[in-house]
Structure formats: structure tokens, C-alpha cells
Design a protein around this ligand. Structure first.
Ligand code: MTE
Ligand code: MO
Length: 452
């Protein structure tokens, strides 16, 4: 491996691009692997990214250019060199756009960032995250049953039709992202689907408040947590639940936590959990149980599938990335950290040679919190400019932003964006608080642009 590297990056890529990628990146998405470009001169790097790097002097040592590090959609953008890692395949499914398949069985597909350029994410573009196989025996949506039991005075079993009759309908724009969103940015690689930033979306959900249903069931004073169950089947063919996560009662009683049966004004599609699912906005998406059949009210933190070991757990005390983690020193993932994404221009965009200004659009969110600022940079973070940030359409909706950046010349640029939450907490430059299963990676967003 080291012998191959000594041959220099350009030569390596010319001879055998696939092998070069395997050696340098090891997988589809990349990471700042310190020292990986060691020995490769600036010329080699410029050749690899397809153009001179005007802000090369500001480039942190060891940084892998985003054009090389981050896979671009299969429809290869011009700035991504021919040698860039081959991207995942586009999804082929009726009713769904060609989002990117990360895993085929179970089906997992993420939305490329430039396809998240709507205020409200269309259902067709919304990411898909399955831990098992969606149920095929669904019956009539109106007769789908959901049970609420455990620490309640009045256990309930209600059909969707009864939920709709008994409780006030609510329609809200709510952001939700997979707890593993951004996992591919961890170094070293953490276990699980190597998501970029596109296991996220902000759809318009219609349903009833979970709070209203829990009040109808009358919570006992011992009720502290929920446990969720769905009708999907696991891949092992046993009866064990595919995933059974839960939330603290306070979040269950938040007026934005819904049992949803409509998505973007239409009946909830099966692939997104129809006939009925939970939407727990701002928290790890795994708590938003699809094909919801039961909510078990617990007198302690729920201990279902996906609550123990290192599942959906982050470190209380930071450890050395890739190092030994102790289960006892983990905590369950709840509200997600701040994240911003650039939704235009597209990663890998090639712009006309005379381009000196780029208008940017993006989205930002921060779990239960609002985003107070988004900043952008085109000089590898040496200087930052404030973006115009809009207020959320409602609490727990993502926020859209726009900005304009100016360029000194043609060449290879990276547009970076970073969000700051209401408490002043900002996206880090590299994914921090490494944990074995890779949750909560929210580094500064980077998009490669070639002006040539
Ligand atoms: N029943 C069930 N619910 C589930 C899952 C699942 O595998 N089974 N996956 C969860 C995870 S990890 C996420 S991120 C979201 C994804 O929702 P989506 O597929 O509608 O995007 O659903 C959650 N609800
Ligand atoms: Mo998830």
C-alpha cells in the first residue's frame, strides 16, 4: 500500500482508478484521513480535483478535497474526477425519485443533498430507512389498530378511523433525520449504513397528537417512558421485533409528537410506515416507529430492540476515535445536533469559467432547538459570511437559508456551511464524539464546485 502511494496520486489514479480509490478511501465516502495525500504535491491534488486551488494556502494539512472524498450521485458531476468513487445506485421504485440506495436488503436509501432543495420534502424524494422488511398484509388503512398499554389506567386499542374521530387533527412541517445521518464522516469508519447528510427530510405530516391519545389512556404517575412496536418482519424470520425504541414521557407529551397517517397531504405510503406511524421530530428517526401497532408505557427507560448495547447510544465521556468503548459509559440518543446542508449548487457542480459569484441555498436544523445562524465559507473556513436564515414554518420544521459568495478567479472551490443552534453550539469542522455505531456526526457541510 505504501509502495503504491509513493507513485503519486495522479499516476495512481491514471493506472487503476478503482484500486486507487480502494487504497486511499476504502469505501464510497471519504473522510479526512490524516496524511493520506502526504507526498502528493499541490499539482497532483489540483490534477485530481480537476482545477487549480486558489485558496490552497488556507487548506488545512491532511484535508482530503471534498471532490475526492465525498461520493457524488451516479450521474457523475463534472467536478468529481473520473477516478472518484462510484456512487450508489439510484432507487427504482414506483412513487419514489431516484434517491441513492445505500443498502438493498433491508432497503435503505438517502436523498442526495441537492434533491433536498424544497421547503417541504416531497414524498418521492424522502429518504427510506428500514431495519427489516415492511409488512405486506396491511388490510384497510382505517381498520389498522394501535394499542396503548402498560402504565396507563385505561388501556386502549383504537383503529386509525377511531383516532381520526376522537382526536383533533394536526398538520405540521416536521424535520426528522436518522440517528446515523452523517455517519460516513466519522474517522475511523463506524459500524452501520454509511449515510452522507441525506437521511433527513422535512415533510408535512398529518395525524393526531400522541399527547391526546396518552391523555385518553390516562397515564399513571409511574409512566416515564414509551416503548414502540411495529408490524415489520425481521430479516432472520423470527418473531423478535425489528426495532423497538422509545422516548421519555416529556417528549411523548410534546404537542409536535404525532401519530401520523398522512404525508404531504396524501395517505401515508407503506414504505414510510403507512397506515400509521409515529413522528418524533428532532429526535433520532428510529423513535418514529413505522407501521405502528403498540405503544407500551413503561416505568423505566425502554429496553426494546435498539435501546441497549451501542445501539442509538453515544458516549458520555469522549473516547479516542476507534478506541474501546464501555457500554456503561453510553447514553441513549435523543435530540439531534445542529446540521446545515447546501442544497444548491449540487456537489460536484461545474460552473462557467467566468463565474465569480455563486448563489447558495440550503437547509438547517438542530433537533429540538432552532438554528440561530448559518455561515458559509469558500476558503476552507478561513473566513465566514452570514447566510440569510428564515424562521421555521412551525416549531420543529427545518429552516431554509440563502447566501451569495464571491470567488477571486476560476478554479476548484469548496463551499462550506455551518449552523449554530439557539444555545450557540456550532457544527464542528470534523465529526466529533466518535462512538462505535456512529451517531450524531454533524461536521461542517462541504460541497465541491469547479469553475472552469
Ligand atoms: N417499524 C419500523 N419503524 C422504523 C424503522 C424500522 O426499521 N421499522 N426505522 C426507523 C429509522 S432508523 C428511521 S431513521 C425512520 C426512517 O423513516 P423513513 O423510512 O420514513 O424515512 O423510521 C424509523 N421507524
Ligand atoms: Mo434511523
Amino acid at each position: 500500500m505504501s509502495a503504491t502511494r509513493e507513485r503519486g496520486l495522479t499516476e495512481l489514479y491514471q493506472d487503476d482508478p478503482e484500486r486507487a480509490d480502494a487504497l486511499t478511501f476504502g469505501r464510497r465516502t471519504g473522510i479526512e484521513r490524516r496524511g493520506f495525500l502526504k507526498g502528493a504535491g499541490l499539482g497532483a491534488m489540483a490534477a485530481a480535483v480537476g482545477g487549480a486551488i486558489p485558496f490552497a494556502a488556507d487548506m488545512p494539512a491532511g484535508l482530503i478535497p471534498a471532490a475526492l472524498a465525498q461520493a457524488a450521485p451516479a450521474a457523475a458531476p463534472a467536478a468529481a474526477p473520473a477516478a472518484a468513487p462510484a456512487g450508489p445506485k439510484p432507487l427504482q421504485m414506483p412513487g419514489k425519485a431516484e434517491i441513492l440506495v445505500i443498502q438493498e436488503r433491508p432497503l435503505n436509501a438517502e436523498t442526495p443533498q441537492h434533491m433536498l432543495d424544497d421547503d417541504v420534502t416531497p414524498t418521492a424524494k424522502y429518504f427510506v430507512r428500514n431495519n427489516g422488511l415492511p409488512p405486506d398484509q396491511l388490510g384497510a388503512p382505517a381498520s389498522w389498530r394501535i394499542t396503548v398499554d402498560g402504565e396507563v389506567n385505561t388501556p386502549l386499542t383504537l383503529t386509525v378511523a377511531e383516532l381520526q374521530q376522537r382526536f383533533t387533527p394536526v398538520t405540521l412541517k416536521l424535520q426528522m433525520e436518522c440517528g446515523g445521518n452523517g455517519r460516513s464522516f466519522f474517522t475511523p469508519e463506524a459500524r452501520g449504513n454509511q449515510w452522507g447528510n441525506g437521511a433527513a427530510g422535512c415533510a408535512e405530516w398529518t395525524g393526531v397528537r400522541l399527547r391526546d391519545v396518552l391523555q385518553a389512556a390516562s397515564l399513571k404517575t409511574s409512566a416515564v417512558y414509551t416503548g414502540h412496536y411495529g408490524a415489520d418482519k425481521n430479516l432472520q424470520g423470527t418473531d423478535a421485533p425489528v426495532i423497538s425504541r422509545g422516548i421519555r414521557i416529556a417528549k411523548a407529551m410534546d404537542e409536535d409528537t404525532l401519530i401520523a397517517f398522512r404525508m404531504n397531504g396524501e395517505a401515508l405510503p407503506n414504505i414510510h410506515g403507512g397506515p400509521a406511524r409515529l413522528i418524533v421530530p428532532g429526535w433520532a428517526g428510529s423513535t418514529s416507529q413505522k407501521w405502528l401497532t403498540r405503544i407500551w408505557i413503561r416505568d423505566k427507560e425502554h429496553d426494546g430492540q435498539g435501546m441497549g448495547g451501542f445501539s442509538y447510544r453515544t458516549m458520555r465521556t469522549p473516547i479516542v476515535p476507534g478506541g474501546q468503548a464501555a457500554e456503561a459509559d453510553t447514553q441513549i440518543l435523543e435530540s439531534m445536533p445542529a446540521r446545515s446542508i447546501i442544497t444548491s449548487p449540487e456537489h460536484g457542480a461545474k460552473l462557467p469559467a467566468n463565474t465569480r459569484q455563486i448563489n447558495l441555498r440550503g437547509a438547517a436544523w438542530a433537533g429540538d432547538k432552532t438554528v440561530q445562524a448559518v455561515q458559509v465559507s469558500v476558503d476552507f473556513g478561513a473566513s465566514w459570511t452570514a447566510a440569510q436564515l428564515s424562521a421555521p414554518a412551525n416549531r420543529h420544521a427545518w429552516q431554509r437559508w440563502t447566501a451569495a459568495v464571491t470567488l477571486p478567479s476560476a478554479g476548484y472551490f469548496e463551499v462550506w456551511s455551518r449552523a449554530t443552534d439557539q444555545d450557540g453550539k456550532m457544527q464542528p469542522h470534523a465529526a466529533g464524539n466518535w462512538n462505535p455505531q456512529g451517531y450524531g456526526a454533524n461536521p461542517v457541510n462541504r460541497v465541491a464546485v469547479l469553475v472552469a
